[in-house]
Design a protein around this ligand. Sequence first.
Ligand code: CMC
Length: 392
Amino acid sequence: TGMVTIDEGYVNTGAVQSSVTFLNGEEGVLRYRGYPIEDLAANCDFVEVAYLLIYGELPSEEELVKFRGKIRRHTMLHEDLKSFYDGFPRDAHPMAILSSVVSAMSTFYQDSLDPHDPEQVEVSIHRLLAKLPTIAAFSHKKSMGQPFIYPNNNASYCENFLQMMFSVPCEDYEVDKTFVEALNMLLIVHADHEQNCSTSTVRMVGSADSNIFASISAGICALWGPLHGGANEAVVNMLTQIQNDGGDVDKYVDMAKDKDNGFRLMGFGHRVYKNFDPRATLIKTSCDKLLEKLDIDDPLFEIAQKLEKVALEDEYFVKRKLYPNVDFYSGVIYRAMGIPVEMFTVLFAIGRLPGWIAHWREMQLSPTSRICRPRQVYQGSTKREFVPLDKR
Ligand code: CMC
């Protein structure tokens, strides 16, 4: 063992060798299995990218049809699993529901829990990809007090999700194709980001040979935090606060520079990107196009752009290389689609699922992987004499 080197927050600790995603933070490069995200976002469907991440290659047409078919077989939730929703309070956060229901999947699918059985793992992967949108949409319907809308296997992955979110039994509903395209792009750019907090969590839990549902459920919990995926929700709450406060962007930039108040500009900064976040660039462009096409004048988009401009010219942010990240503009798009703010991080989770699965699977297949078990430098008391209860 020898000397332990402390690296709090794992800023410079490599824990694995991985072939899933390449990231160059200095140059703003992000590639899944070698393919630039810009190309994937422009040309692919989310399910195609999920296949690429998990299996390492872009699917042939035949492989893709087969993969889609397997996912479609599993889109419904077991009726008994559905009844879990009766127990949650109406105002439950959907991320809490998501992680709980995914964890509960291991009670319903006990036939696919063995991480060392490739066939069982395959079925679990299909079940997860198929059911996450259904679980998510049901949590939204629950919060609205509306009946659950069952999945439609004739629709694409994104279209089906939007249908389950927004259609009601008493009215015709047609999903706006612009929304389907925007959602597809958003899910793709969120699909993986190498060893981030939630992915490392999935690997950490999985390294104990825990089943895939348990591992992914833990990843969802990690993603929920406002410093990670929860930032997309926090950004829109912050922009709304600025708007309600008269739109004074400078005031909030100043607040973010003051270390004493604990306030940070949400959607700004990144552990790895020190130049720009290529995902933010794609999302901002798409956001701009979408709002123009729909003729939406969202004051929050204007505030976001102003905030970005002021921050990027400010010495504090320049010196620390803080740029808008993936979460800065995504919320504005979700708002335009009518998605409520508490669902934003859930969408991040749906997008990130293939990445989590790819890493969990890569770890399980690696002959060198072992249980994750960091060390520490002990700072507590040295040996003390025990004091009996009546003497304390
Ligand atoms: N506003 C103001 N100051 C900031 C911010 C911010 N958003 N982000 C970092 N800083 C400052 C920080 O105070 C520190 O200053 P100093 O060197 O004077 O002590 C310096 O910049 C470096 O920050 P750090 O906290 O040491 O950096 P980190 O790599 O540990 O944290 C981060 C990265 C993303 C957690 C952080 O930038 C942050 O809290 N950002 C806001 C939350 C956010 O947008 N998160 C989403 C990240 S991208 C998507 C995802 O991961 O899911």
